[in-house]
Design a binder for this molecule. Structure first.
Ligand code: NI
Length: 184
């Protein structure tokens, strides 16, 4: 439908706690999702949250049907529309809540990457655009993408999760040649 402007860090609209979606399967909701999909595709994003285009709703999209040029080695995450999500970290067999560390970028923080700790395994639940329930247990990159996107719904950008600022910098410096023509 339309490629929308992606808000950048510093815009107060990225710091809001988003409102739940109350009406499903509406023309407005479907139009918003098409805009998010178009905007994510144009930016080669791994995911996009409604607040990133200035829409104050608990709605994120993520995943692709083909490898993402920005994350060519990442496992494929199914294309998903997730509304009103609830994330629960899952313990491992010994009962411990494990964290993973890996590099993240964000379309609202262009040109930068950092190592961000995330829960290694999560359950996420919510609804799709038709109001049908989604309930999945995932790990690794899939779990990371969901946690990153859902953070946008509570006003959190990944730099707020960084613990080791020696592993935070410009993509072109950290990974020369990786994103030579693409911005985050
Ligand atoms: Ni982001």
């Amino acid at each position: 439908m339309a490629i929308r402007e992606i808000l950048k860090m510093g815009d107060a609209r990225l710091l809001r706690v988003a409102k739940p979606v109350t009406v499903f399967d509406s023309d407005d909701l479907h139009r918003l999702i098409l805009d998010l999909l178009d905007t994510m595709a144009a930016a080669n994003g791994a995911g996009l949250a409604a607040p990133q285009i200035g829409v104050d709703l608990q709605l994120v999209i993520f995943g692709t049907d083909a490898p993402n040029p920005r994350y060519p080695d990442a496992p494929l995450v199914p294309r998903t529309v997730l509304i009103n999500p609830v994330i629960t970290p899952l313990p491992d067999a010994s009962g411990a809540l494990l964290e993973d560390e890996d590099w993240e970028g964000c379309l609202s923080v262009p040109g930068l990457r950092a190592v961000v700790p995330r829960f290694a395994r999560i359950r996420y639940a919510g609804f799709d655009q038709y109001g049908d329930p989604i309930d999945r247990k995932v790990e690794g990159f899939h779990a990371r993408v969901v946690q990153h996107e859902c953070d946008h719904l509570i006003g959190k950008l990944y730099p707020m999760r960084v613990r080791d600022f020696s592993r935070f910098g410009f993509t072109e410096v950290l990974f020369p040649g990786l994103d030579a023509v693409q911005d985050d």
